[in-house]
Design a protein around this ligand. Structure first.
Ligand code: 3HC
Length: 301
């Protein structure tokens, strides 16, 4: 069944090579998903060799875990690993059919990335962004071919969560959108078409829910009490544990985007701002037995 709002499948272009810009948390998970599901060459790039190597190593390690779990054969694992490569030179995207960017959440940075990609990739290459909350239309506004840009927003952990938001920007054309939906099907994901509105669908809802818990702590509630208040609902993770998975910097950024768009509905937490400024990448840490705890420095912030 065609997802609501998806254009005719016949317009979709085949995808034989994928590029991923960035080698961070989301980018390397995306590289893994693409290679595992599409079995095509996937190349990821980042600013320095260390980050690129870390990204490729993550994909290789995850493929090894799949091998241990018996989900791929030894030959299969070796074939998948051979399909993944990394580079600091975006020239490697010259033959790509699709390139997805998952770099730092900053509109100017993303615009720069897309502008540079446009000078490298083939005319028919689809350019995607995994942005959590920024405007895809603004991102594409100055490009020569904004019609081939769309949002393709995944959720962490990428290999587990089925949903992907497909964001149609002002100028996205039907061939691009059809290609993206076809890609989503090949990746075995459930795609929903989202408007190019601040934080799209999921992050707008999630940030409202998490924001109330964060505000409760800002207003003096005990962190542990506030964080466990929704436990009887059976959520897979408590709000602060989820924020640790996503990364406090991303959570802060989404809340800032939403606050700018809807100041009466979304607050930006000063506590969260302090935590991010202090370089904390999680709220909960894990002890040697895998049990989550809040370290003293974080609790004091
Ligand atoms: N990375 C990759 N895979 C992970 C993982 C991680 N961080 N954590 C768990 N997994 C995998 C495990 O390997 C396991 O895979 P398998 O079944 O193939 O062996 C599977 O997930 C289940 O793991 P567990 O049994 O250990 O743990 P749970 O059953 O408790 O599930 C969870 C873990 C899937 C993370 C679950 O707690 C969950 O769904 N949490 C909510 C996550 C969520 O809401 N994410 C959305 C965040 S918003 C976002 O990403 C958007 C961005 O723009 C901000």
């Amino acid at each position: 069944k065609r997802p609501s709002g998806a254009p005719d499948k016949a317009l979709a272009r085949p995808v034989g090579t994928v590029g991923v810009v960035g080698a961070g948390l989301m980018a390397s998970q995306l590289a893994l998903l693409f290679v595992r599901r599409l079995k095509v060459p996937v190349v990821l790039t980042d600013l320095d060799t260390e980050r690129v190597e870390k990204g490729v190593r993550y994909v290789h390690d995850e493929i090894d875990k799949l091998l241990l779990k018996g989900r791929v054969s030894t030959d299969g694992a070796n074939r998948l690993k051979a399909l993944v490569s990394g580079s600091t030179d975006q020239g490697v995207f010259a033959g790509a059919d699709v390139v997805i960017e998952a770099v730092f959440e900053d509109l100017a940075v993303k615009k720069q990335v897309l502008a540079r990609l446009e000078t490298i990739v083939p005319e028919t290459c689809v350019l995607l962004t995994n942005t959590s909350s920024l405007s895809v239309s603004q991102m594409a506004a100055d490009l020569e071919h904004p019609e081939r840009v769309a949002g393709f927003h995944f959720f962490n952990p990428v290999s587990v969560l089925p949903l992907v938001e497909v964001v149609r920007a002002e100028k996205t054309d039907d061939a691009t959108l059809a290609t993206v939906f076809q890609l989503g099907r090949a990746l075995k994901k459930t795609c929903v078409l989202a408007d190019d509105a601040p934080a799209f669908i999921v992050n707008r809802l999630l940030t409202r829910m998490m924001g109330e818990v964060v505000t409760a702590v800002d207003e003096g509630s005990d962190l542990h009490v506030a964080d466990s208040a929704l436990a009887p609902l059976g959520l897979p993770m408590s709000p602060f544990l989820l924020m640790s998975l996503v990364g406090p910097a991303i959570a802060l950024h989404v809340s800032e985007t939403l606050h700018t768009a809807f100041p009466d509905r979304f607050a930006v937490s000063e506590n969260l701002g302090r935590l991010v400024a202090a370089g904390k990448t999680a709220i909960w840490s894990y002890d040697a037995d895998g049990q989550p705890f809040v370290d003293e420095e974080t609790a004091a912030l």
